[in-house]
Structure formats: C-alpha cells, structure tokens
Design a protein around this ligand. Structure first.
Ligand code: NI
Length: 178
C-alpha cells in the first residue's frame, strides 16, 4: 500500500485533460497498484472522492466513497467505494442545488457551487464491463466534482459568487452554523 501525495492547486497537472484508460491496462499489476494507491490516499486524507490526476496520473479514472450519515457535508446518503473508468456524465434534469464543496487539491477552503442534481453516469468498471449509475442530490454533485478533475477543472472555477468562498475554520464558525 502507498499513500501518494495529492497535488495542490497551482500544479499544472491539475489543469490538463486526462487520457482515456485503455482496456488493455485494466487488470494489469500497474492498474491494480494505481487503484490501491488511490484508495489508500483517499482514506489517509479522509476524502470522499479522488481523481487520478490529483496524484499526478493523467488518466480518466476516479473513485468515490460516501460514508453516509452525518458528515461535514450534512446528512448524506451512503455510496460504497466505486471505481469509475472513463466516466461520461449526462444531466437528466436541469434542476440545480448548491453545496459548499471542498477539495483535497484546494486544502483549507470551502466554496459554494451549484450543479445539476439528477445525472446518469456511464462508465467502465475494473473488469472492463460497461456500467451505468443514476444519482440524485449530493452524490450527483460529488461525481461532477470528481469528473471535472479529469478535464482539468477545479470547483473554484465554478463558483459564481466569490463571496461564497471561505476558509474551513471560518466556514464552520460563521456559515455552517448560521
Ligand atoms: Ni476535488
């Protein structure tokens, strides 16, 4: 196992479009090692999602794991650890909602971002099988945030009102409990 260093905002790799994962890479030792590293890193940093470019691997690969119950994002629905290879997202319904997002590549900050709340994700699993997953609410926001990383986009790019960008301490003190 290996916990990898997460690249932070300003590192150019976070701004590049990641490459498609080729079928032949699935199931290889290198693929399994990368996936294990991503899981170890996610757990070590205490995150809910991680995209490969965040550890400097320019591949369209992301993992998500929502613990469910009360979290720093409020009461959320559990999503077991899911690996998304070459995900494509489709908005099923235009209604949006906003959350105060955070990002392991933008440590110490929270910012309010509105996104569609009903999406369909088409992706390949670790076995190379095509899958789809329909998500609503906060999990829909999480996948959009993670998949943005595959296109070199950070959540702060999507903040429309920069007055709603705050340090975590101040967020907890003045905003979350307001
Ligand atoms: Ni992020």
């Amino acid at each position: 196992m290996a916990v990898r260093r997460i690249l932070r905002m300003g590192h150019p790799h976070l701004r590049q479009r990641a490459f498609e994962v080729e079928d032949a890479f699935l199931g290889t030792e290198a693929f399994d090692r990368l996936l294990n590293d991503m899981e170890d890193t996610l757990h070590d940093y205490g995150g809910i999602g991680l995209a490969a470019p965040q550890i400097g691997e320019g591949l369209r690969l992301a993992i998500i794991e929502l613990p469910g119950g009360p979290t720093r994002y409020g009461e959320i629905e559990a999503v077991p650890l899911t690996v998304f290879v070459n995900p494509v997202i489709e908005t099923l319904e235009g209604s949006t909602a906003g959350y105060w997002e955070g990002c392991l590549s933008v440590p110490g900050l929270r910012g309010f971002v509105e996104r569609p709340q009903h999406v369909l994700v088409r992706y390949t699993d670790t076995e190379g099988t095509a899958q789809q997953l329909e998500l609503e609410g906060f999990p829909a926001t999480v996948v959009q945030h993670e998949f943005d990383h595959l296109d070199g986009v950070l959540y702060i790019d999507r903040i429309t009102d920069t007055r709603r960008l705050a340090f975590e301490d101040e967020f907890g003190r003045y905003i979350a409990n307001a």
